[in-house]
Design a protein around this ligand. Structure first.
Ligand code: RRO
Length: 309
């Protein structure tokens, strides 16, 4: 059985790929992803200028996930532009993830990658760790539309939005309307749950220093809200926009749940950071075994087939 799927019309050899995380930053790390069973090479979100990121400690391992305030450490978009030709030999889709600090910056970033050999462009509108003064763009409909207006028609490569976890339906409806209006081709759904706080009660301290201790929560803690967001957008956008689910995927069973909810592929963040590139082979094997046992002959036969009790 194969796990072939499609995102924005591009064929993906399997159903799982890496999420845009720190372990996908350097050329060596991206080459390792190229050699692995990841369906694509997703790069760490990049900005106009190289960034060191927030002061340490900025990531903390929890029993069921991670808590981070990395602050967008990356090598700057020009370096990722240079990486693209060096990653072509792996014959899998290359996805860049871009993060701007203004509409103009998003425009510069998207234009540059539209003119490159990259396959898909993920627009990260949901980094929770930049400052405590403004909300991530995707929580603000007006700002989201301002970005989409400027970046949607800069070239032919499919663009997608990396969205935060939305805790209520009416904003998902409004975001879905913008997605349709501006011909967004795919979603990465969901980013970490921002404004979280983890406390070390023995030291009576926050576990990270950056952003006054607040950060983004990932892993199995956020799987239910990730599944809920994937399902909502699947219902709202059915068939027209590809959805990559993410949030707490550790096993083939987790992946199967995202498939039932309607995801076209699944990105792996926490398990990839913890386990490295071998996670893709293991998880794909587990997924195949579940599909076989349940009598599904392909990904498309099971996608969205959630029954409501
Ligand atoms: O680098 C980060 O702090 C970061 C990013 Br860009 C993101 O999208 N999500 C996250 O949890 N951390």
């Amino acid at each position: 059985m194969n796990l072939i799927t499609k995102i924005a019309g591009r064929e993906f050899e399997s159903y799982t790929l890496n999420a845009s995380v720190p372990r996908a930053s350097t050329l060596d790390e991206l080459k390792q992803i190229g050699q692995s069973d990841s369906a694509a090479i997703m790069m760490k979100s990049c900005t106009i200028k190289k960034r060191k990121g927030n002061p340490l400690p900025r990531i903390f391992k929890l029993p069921l996930g991670y808590f981070n305030s990395e602050g967008l450490p990356n090598l700057g978009y020009k370096t990722y532009l240079e990486f693209i030709p060096k990653l072509k030999k792996y014959n899998k889709p290359i996805i860049v993830s871009v993060a701007g600090f203004s509409v103009d910056e998003y425009k510069i970033l998207v234009k540059a990658f539209q003119e490159s050999e990259v396959d898909l462009i993920e627009i990260n509108l949901s980094c929770p760790n930049i400052d405590n003064k403004t909300e991530p763009i995707a929580y603000n409909l007006k700002k989201t539309e301002e970005v989409l207006k400027e970046i949607s028609y800069l070239g032919k490569k499919p663009i997608g939005l990396k969205l935060p976890p939305y805790p209520y339906y009416s904003i998902q409806q409004k975001i879905a309307n913008l997605i349709k209006k501006y011909s967004v081709s795919f979603l990465s759904c969901v980013n970490t749950l921002g404004n979280s706080l983890i406390i070390d009660e023995i030291k009576e301290r926050s576990v990270i220093k950056a952003t006054r201790g607040f950060g983004g929560l990932s892993g199995q803690y956020i799987k239910p809200i990730a599944l809920g967001n994937v399902r909502r957008f699947y219902e709202l956008l059915k068939g027209k926009v590809s959805i990559m689910g993410m949030g707490g995927v550790k096993t083939g069973q987790d992946v199967f749940e995202f498939l039932l909810a309607g995801a076209d592929a699944v990105q792996i963040g926490t398990a990839f950071v913890e386990e490295g590139v071998s996670c893709f082979q293991r998880i794909n094997k587990e997924l195949k075994s579940i599909l076989r046992k349940k009598g599904y002959s392909s990904i498309s036969k099971a996608r969205g087939k959630l029954k409501i009790s």
